[in-house]
Design a protein around this ligand. Structure first.
Ligand SMILES: *Cc1c(COP(=O)(O)O)cnc(C)c1O
Length: 462
């Protein structure tokens, strides 16, 4: 029996409230509040801006010298992880987009955060006559340019990684930088920023409170610039530019994406800017052949709530909804994803095209973090492991199987590409990583996902 839509959403809401992992897929009806006017030209402009700054970045960051200033991560085959996850070859092939290794910021925030600071820098530099269009931007590394930038403050509110990215690039260019950190931000992230001369302001509250505090501080500063994670088009387009780079890597790897070769992309989601930008870019490039799923902690499913509200599935809950509205805590070890309310901008951009959203228990994140270490030798932070629950949820849950059938994708699974986006980890200190790993190895040793996440083996027997 196929459950009616109303009963599916009632079931989802029940699982959500109980913090049980689930997959929600987007119904075909139009969502309210969705629809945004970015174009491929906007995404290309962000990509080109990174290219103009590359020579300067190579000069500012020794770790970018070999790549001539291009901040990019590899697309990797993940056959060993595929086996560790028990994902059968008949269901397609697993790949990893390794943003956990992005230089400079050590997370996906290198894309949006750095792009926005570069855009601000470029506007200032043109306005002050430090460069003219077409110039070599290495001029912006000279003492005269730096003295100009030193008059300006760049500020941001963050759970940690956005602060790291903004703080590091802003201070490298010569700006004063202030990062407002939420209570869940990790100590090592604050220490790393302070070591670079960034002012770190600690707030006892959550991500929304840290953002609000940053916004207030900058309003009082005539030379202040605030990077607004909840509303920024520049951040969003910096993330979206990743799609152009990924398309090249996909082609180079010989991966085909078309109606008979679906691409499934699994993206860890906080406020929705990073995964939203990437999903938006991929939908521009691949249309309906790219199926993007967002991954959120069971206690912080803010984007899922926003999607449900947009489809009329959250009666009685205020719009835009917060995870507190349905009794969740927003407490998770996945600090990069600990966000109570989704970005309206991200929702407007992908609310009409996203394939679905699933939730993941913290224990599952740790288990997959350890599996990735033991199989592929990659070191990621817990937030970045959320993508690996994607194939498990899509292939192993009733909602996933139903969605695959409805979209006519079942016959093409054997030729499918499953792409898990690993979003952070490069700069996690060894001691902290050691704790993640031993917790994860204990959990991964258990024969089944201990959290109620569907098991692939079960569903295949069913
Ligand atoms: C910020 C972050 C994300 C998600 O980005 P949002 O723009 O907040 O949705 C995912 N993973 C990691 C490690 C992050 O730091």
């Amino acid at each position: 029996m196929i459950p009616s839509h109303a009963s599916v959403s009632a079931f989802s809401l029940q699982a959500l409230r109980a913090a049980r992992p689930l997959l929600w897929t987007r119904p075909d009806n139009a969502a309210t509040g969705a629809g945004v006017a970015f174009t491929l030209a906007d995404v290309q402009a962000a990509h080109d801006r990174f290219a103009r700054f590359a020579p300067l970045l190579a000069q500012l960051f020794p770790e970018l010298e070999a790549a001539a200033g291009v901040i990019e991560s590899p697309l990797r085959d993940a056959a060993a992880m595929q086996q560790a996850l028990g994902l059968p070859a008949a269901s397609g092939r697993l790949w990893i987009k390794a943003d956990h290794a992005l230089p400079v910021a050590g997370s996906i925030k290198a894309r949006g955060g750095i792009h926005e600071v570069l855009e601000f820098t470029e506007k200032l530099a043109l306005a002050h006559g430090l460069v003219a269009p077409g110039d070599d931007y290495r001029k912006l590394g000279t003492p005269a340019a730096r003295a100009c930038f030193a008059q300006y403050q760049v500020a941001v509110g963050s759970t940690g990684n956005l602060g790291l990215s903004i703080g590091v690039i802003a201070s490298a260019l010569g700006f004063r930088a202030a990062v407002h950190m939420s209570a869940d931000a990790k100590e090592w992230k604050k220490a790393r920023l302070r070591a670079r001369g960034v002012e770190v302001v600690e707030h006892p509250g959550d991500y929304e409170k840290a953002v609000a505090a940053g916004r207030r501080q900058v309003q009082a500063d005539a030379h202040g610039y605030f990077v607004d994670d909840e509303r920024s088009a520049s951040l969003f387009l910096g993330y979206a530019a990743a799609a152009l780079r990924l398309r090249e890597q996909i082609a180079q790897a010989g991966i085909v994406v078309d109606a008979e070769h679906p691409l499934f992309v699994y993206l860890p989601c906080g406020v929705g800017g990073a995964p939203g930008g990437i999903a938006f870019g991929l939908s521009l490039l691949y249309g309906a052949h790219a199926h993007c799923f967002f991954a959120e902690p069971v206690q912080s499913p803010c984007f899922l709530l926003r999607m449900m509200a947009g489809h009329g599935q959250l009666p009685g809950v205020p719009v835009p909804p917060s995870v507190y509205d349905i009794g969740l805590t927003n407490q998770t070890e996945a600090d990069g994803l600990a966000v109570p309310r989704a970005s309206d901008l991200a929702y407007a951009a992908v609310g009409q095209s996203l394939a679905g959203v699933y939730t993941v228990a913290d224990d599952t994140l740790y288990g997959d973090l350890a599996r990735l270490h033991d199989s592929e030798g990659l070191r990621i932070e817990p937030s970045a492991a959320a993508g690996f629950s994607g194939p498990r949820q899509l292939l192993g849950s009733l909602a996933g199987q139903q969605w695959l059938r409805q979209r006519g994708l079942r016959p093409h699974l054997a030729r499918a590409t499953h792409l898990a986006w690993t979003t952070g980890g490069l700069y996690v200190p060894a001691e902290e990583y050691g704790r993640f790993l031993s917790r994860g190895q204990r959990l991964a040793a258990a024969p089944q996902a201990p959290t109620g996440a569907p098991s692939l083996h079960h569903s295949r027997r069913a």
